[in-house]
Design a protein around this ligand. Structure first.
Ligand SMILES: *Cc1c(COP(=O)(O)O)cnc(C)c1O
Length: 241
């Protein structure tokens, strides 16, 4: 019974999120296809993931490697998985071949380990570099003033790591508008970084925007939005990213 209720909730939540994505795309003259919705399923059971899949979601984000691997092991649906949370060096080995994109590369050292493990698996791992765009002490990510230098090095040093773009977790806020300047700053950073990279290495992806601010993020150029609560409802417990 509770699973059926959940399924209806998730389907209608997704409909609402989808409408908001479309409206934000329209407001900013963008095509709906230019934005990928990533359903953030951390702390939620597989049955919720299945419900979201049946309502059209194919991209799922988890912020812990162990939880991601566990869910993947028990899930037979053709989903794509995204690692969106802080990644420890000793967990990198599980990811090449298992996830479509790592959103949270925040150091050259981490990138070097991803390169090493991806080479072992004979794959090139697609990644985003995480930027601590508001320079918050509580957050992971490359500081804005170091971003051009560090992202450039990561993008040009490794044969088995392909940097696709930038990711940020904007400050928690009740008013999404207050995050607009941070999303804009992300776009400026990307332009500065691209100015330093060759044509073939140009970055084009922005993973930014969560339940509280994804519409603003889309207006400012997000190509991937990571929505958890807005799809699955409140989490039973909060875990830090
Ligand atoms: C939990 C989480 C999200 C989703 O947050 P909501 O506010 O529930 O939409 C997005 N990105 C990261 C990195 C997260 O850890």
């Amino acid at each position: 019974m509770s699973e059926i209720t959940n399924m209806n909730d998730i389907a209608s939540n997704l409909e609402t999120v989808e409408k908001k994505i479309r409206a934000a795309c329209e407001r900013s003259g963008r095509k709906r296809e230019s934005v990928t919705l990533i359903a953030v399923s951390k702390t939620k059971p597989l049955s919720d993931i299945e419900a979201a899949y049946l309502s059209g979601c194919t991209q799922f984000g988890e912020n812990k490697v162990q939880e991601l691997m566990e869910k993947q092991k028990h899930c037979s649906l053709p989903l794509s998985w995204h690692l969106i949370g802080h990644l420890q060096i000793n967990k990198v080995k599980y990811l090449p071949g298992a996830v479509k994109l790592i959103h949270s590369v925040d150091s050259e050292k981490l990138a070097a380990e991803i390169d090493r493990q991806a080479a072992k698996h004979g794959v090139v791992m697609d990644v985003l570099c995480e930027i601590n765009i508001a320079s918050e002490e509580s957050k992971f990510g490359i500081l804005p003033e170091q971003a051009v230098e560090t992202v450039k090095r990561i993008a040009t040093s490794f044969g088995h790591v392909s940097v696709k773009g930038l990711m940020c977790v904007a400050p928690r806020t009740d008013d999404a508008k207050t995050n607009r300047p941070y999303f804009r700053a992300m776009r400026q950073l990307l332009e500065s970084i691209n100015g330093e990279l060759g044509e073939d290495k140009r970055l084009s992806e922005f993973s930014m925007g969560m339940s509280g601010d994804f519409e603003t993020a889309i207006e400012e150029g997000a190509t991937m939005v990571r929505v958890g609560t807005g799809i699955f409802g409140k989490r039973d417990y909060e875990i830090t990213a």
